[in-house]
Design a protein around this ligand. Structure first.
Ligand code: SF4
Ligand code: FES
Length: 582
């Protein structure tokens, strides 16, 4: 498919869409699908058929629109007038209604109310802060397009960016554009994406010994890291499920920029829906000539294969991930050499995470300056978070960098349910830290989170109320790291076990002050001597809870009950606060 054909497909899809009076978007993301949402779509289609409206109403199965706690969700978009005035603003032409907790048996009533007042008992406002306070770039199509139809993606501008770079830009111009945008890796570390691309582009595939299997022609590779493993995180899964073509397009642009002809998506086998939709998307893109040989009628070729991970957390670490793709045991290796110089089978390899790659097509289409205008000075664009825990609205959100934690928790998240108080928010999963209430007004960006002892991570955000036992939180994450440690290096293999034992001892009331001291020494040792990021960051939840909630540790050691206590040291600028938890 060349640019002309792509435009023709987009136009005919849009025209077909305009002929429908109503569009029903039924969420078939994992959470809603588990609540029977595919049956809702079928029931709506049956009700439309019965009422003779099938030809005027479109029922679309879509990815997660975000507010999973109210799912299954069905959004209905209707033309206000049968005639659409050219140039009319979108909200003058259409009105939208969102229905929550929908069941298949609600279908008849929903269809009966299509042209009248919405079904009040099911309606939830679309103008609530959960939706209005977000800025959607990565998630802009999730909830709006059928992820299993390439035509839907093309109709919203899909693959335009890829054909633009292939026909109008040199690889270096693409790298320069990504560099100027200020995009940083969304997998956790926040490394500048343009710099990484530039390094792979410059790397000589013959500089290191290689052992590429027969049949693979490429000597550089692009890997999409979809090995999302943090407890409570589902950002990448939702993007893979809701907008898989966006990831393929981002990968193909990256491959053109760095000179790769083969890509791999590494995704967990326990994400079957994401795997299914990615497979469908790859097949469709190949048939459309948007993946494979001579993409868009140009000389550029790029193939993508999927590799399934078996669920080991450490395989999110890039050298372990590559070892797993090569068919070996997923264990990290020392760096250098970095994957950008010697990665998969010894060849220069670009590894970006799902969200990073999903940001690429809009940057190419709208320009680096547009992207750089969103966010803060050093953290550009938006960040997708999986908002979970003790917060009213749990689900998937995308916010501009620099938004405060307070806005996320209390405006978008709707606050703490059950009349309880906010206590902390945990970002960055097992590698991150717990941020207490005094930092609620802190901007959420890479630098600020690091300053208070946490990390951006890939986007897990767990809200905790005042009933939360912070030592138990630290113990939970330490148990996770202990289980997931690959065992290659002693500090992590043995250190996580020892730290977990001490935390258990504290929880069981058998510990002394000396144990806290040993715990701190172990944190320091494991952090500074482990081989890979898993071990280096495993102590973070302990360090941050000791820093901000030390009195909870001391109370358990002393056997005393809650009172006015110190929760940190002067070094971190932490004052005093009343401990609410028992
Ligand atoms: S730090 Fe832990 S996970 Fe990483 S190599 Fe060492 S033992 Fe394996
Ligand atoms: S999966 Fe349906 S709203 Fe998130």
């Amino acid at each position: 498919m060349n640019l002309e054909e792509l435009n023709a497909t987009a136009t005919s899809e849009r025209l077909a869409r305009m002929k429908k009076r109503h569009h029903m978007y039924v969420c078939v993301g994992t959470a809603c699908q588990a609540l029977n949402s595919e049956q809702i779509a079928k029931a709506l289609q049956a009700a439309l058929k019965q009422s003779g409206q099938s030809s005027e109403v479109e029922v679309k199965c879509v990815g997660c629109p975000g507010l999973c706690s109210l799912g299954p969700l069905v959004e209905i978009e209707s033309q206000i007038n049968g005639q659409v005035a050219p140039g009319a603003a979108e909200d003058e032409r259409r009105r939208s209604v969102l229905y929550q907790f929908v069941k298949p048996e609600d279908a008849g009533e929903i269809v009966a109310h299509l042209d009248g007042e919405p079904v009040k008992r099911l309606e939830t406002p679309l103008n609530q802060p959960f939706f209005t306070r977000q800025t959607k770039i990565v998630l802009e199509h999730c909830g709006k397009i059928d992820p299993e139809r390439i035509e839907d993606y093309i109709a919203v501008g899909g693959y335009q960016a890829l054909l633009k770079v292939l026909t109008e830009m040199t690889p270096q111009q693409v790298i320069d554009e990504i560099t100027r945008s200020g995009l940083r890796g969304r997998g956790g570390a926040g490394f500048p994406t343009g710099l990484k691309w530039g390094t792979v582009a410059k790397s000589d595939p013959s500089a290191y010994p290689t052992n590429v299997p027969e049949g693979i022609q490429s000597r550089k590779f692009v890997i999409c890291n979809g090995d999302e493993g943090d407890p409570g995180a589902f950002m990448d899964r939702s993007v893979m499920e809701g907008d898989p073509h966006r990831i393929l397009e981002g990968m193909a642009i990256a491959a053109y920029a760095v000179g790769a002809n083969q890509g791999f998506i590494y995704v967990r086998a326990e994400y079957p829906l994401a795997v299914k939709r990615l497979r469908t998307a790859i097949r469709q893109a190949q048939r459309a000539g948007l993946l494979g040989s001579g993409i868009g009628g140009t000389a550029f070729s790029f193939n993508v294969d999927i590799r399934l991970g078996a669920g080991a957390f450490v395989c999110g670490e890039e050298t372990a991930l590559m070892a797993s793709i090569e068919g070996g045991r997923g264990v990290p290796r020392p760096r250098p050499p970095f994957p950008a110089e010697s990665g998969l089978w010894g060849c220069p390899t670009l590894i970006n995470n799902v969200e990073t790659l999903a940001n690429v097509p809009p940057i190419i289409l709208k320009g680096a300056a547009w992207f750089a205008s969103i966010g803060t000075e050093k953290s550009k664009g938006t960040k997708v978070f999986a908002l979970t825990g003790q917060v009213t609205n749990t689900g998937l959100i995308e916010v501009p960098m620099g938004i405060s934690l307070r806005e996320i928790v209390f405006d978008i998240g709707g606050g703490i349910p059950g009349g309880r108080q906010f206590k902390a928010v945990q970002t960055g999963g097992p590698s991150g830290g717990c941020i207490p209430a005094q930092f609620l007004d802190m901007p959420v960006d890479y630098e600020s989170l690091a300053k208070v002892g946490s990390i951006m991570g890939s986007g897990g955000m767990i809200v905790m109320d005042d009933s939360t036992d912070m030592v138990e939180v630290a113990r939970f994450f330490m148990e996770f790291c202990m289980d997931e440690s690959c065992g290659k290096c002693i500090p992590c293999r043995a250190g996580t076990v020892q730290m977990y034992r001490i935390l258990t001892k504290i929880q069981e009331g058998r510990a002394t002050r000396r144990d806290i001291q040993i715990l701190e020494e172990l944190c320091d040792m494991v952090k500074h001597t482990s081989l890979c990021g898993l071990g280096q960051s495993a102590p973070n939840p302990v360090i941050s809870t000791l820093r901000y909630f030390r009195e909870e540790y001391e109370r358990k050691v002393n056997g005393a009950q809650g009172s006015e206590v110190s929760v940190g040291s002067e070094e971190w600028g932490v004052g005093k606060l009343t401990a609410h938890s028992a």
